[in-house]
Design a protein around this ligand. Structure first.
Ligand code: NAP
Length: 280
């Protein structure tokens, strides 16, 4: 008999996680099943207790439970301790162990399109929310020192830099200042919600001042081609979309649960088909 895996969040109806995990189980001839569960914040504690009782072997955690689940777990892996948030839980020997695969998923995806060591690149992160935090701490943990931030609320970026447990030479700027000095950066990582469906015409800034050959990465995956990436493409810059982060974080969770490596290509195809697009 197969095992049960799942996702808890609110909302979850639009999630593509069941599609990619169930396909990966089938492709690897595993009899497991992945189910999305809509869990309201007021029901989180009961839901986690119920999943444990029903012997779910692992689950993903999405908005709004990534922080509030922490006190309900038995143990936190280093990845979750660093990120300060949990997106994956492993149920092992009666214990719920929290992990975070978002930061490592993003960095693996970025590395798959860049053939130079990331630690030598000068990076600008736009945004200072939960996703930016996971990406920043993962990059600095892997030795990237030259990472700057810009954010609508500059103080949030300054706080993130202060909280970073790894060596860094980071500075925080406002959006318009960063826009003027874009030529300094080899990689620009867009982590705000600006440009996300349905506001697909919005951009966090203009890329006109970007360096020739710079990589522009947007972690939004709906739409796949954000207005920001469209501008990058028009300017001849290297484009990296958010599907990569989504499927790499999922693949890392899948590996934690099954000790098997799913096909990133299959996962990407499913997501891209569902979003009705092709990649830039
Ligand atoms: P979050 O913690 O709420 O942070 C949101 C960030 O966006 C903050 O920096 C915020 O700036 C900025 N922002 C929001 N609205 C803005 C506006 N109108 N103008 C300028 N800045 C604005 O959210 P998150 O969890 O980091 O997620 C951010 C994005 O990443 C979402 O679009 C999400 O879908 C995407 N994401 C993708 C993946 C993936 O797998 N590809 C994974 C996680 C997240 P302030 O600090 O000034 O409020």
């Amino acid at each position: 008999m197969g095992n049960l895996y799942g996702l808890i969040g609110s909302p979850v109806e639009q999630s593509m996680s069941p599609d990619i995990h169930n396909d990966a189980f089938r492709a690897l001839q595993l009899e497991h099943y992945y189910q999305a569960f809509h869990v309201l914040p007021t029901n989180l504690e009961e839901a986690v207790r119920a999943l444990k009782l029903l012997n779910i072997k692992g689950f993903n955690v999405t908005i709004p439970h990534k922080l509030s689940i922490i006190p309900l777990l038995d143990e936190l892996d280093e990845s979750a301790q660093i990120a300060g948030a949990v997106n994956t839980v492993v149920h092992l020997n009666g214990r719920l162990i929290g992990y975070n695969t978002d930061g490592n998923g993003y960095v693996s995806s970025l590395k798959s399109i860049i053939n130079k060591p990331l630690k030598d690149q000068k990076i600008l992160i736009i945004g200072a929310g939960g996703a930016a935090r996971g990406i920043y701490f993962t990059l600095t943990n892997q030795g990237s020192m030259h990472i700057d931030f810009c954010n609508r609320t500059v103080s949030k970026a300054e706080e993130l830099i202060k909280e970073c447990p790894f060596p860094n030479k980071s500075h925080a700027f406002g959006i318009s200042q960063a826009e003027q000095q874009l030529a300094d950066y080899d990689i620009i990582i867009q982590t705000t919600a600006v440009g996300m469906y349905p506001n697909r015409n919005e951009k966090p800034m203009s890329l006109r001042q970007a360096k020739r050959g710079a990589v522009v990465s947007d972690i939004i995956y709906n739409p796949i081609h954000t207005a920001f990436l469209e501008e990058a493409k028009e300017l001849g810059l290297v484009v990296h979309n958010g599907v990569g982060m989504f499927v790499h974080q999922a693949a890392l969770a899948f590996e934690l649960w099954t000790n098997q490596v799913p096909s990133i290509e299959r996962m990407s195809k499913i997501v891209i088909n569902k979003l009705g697009g092709t990649t830039c």
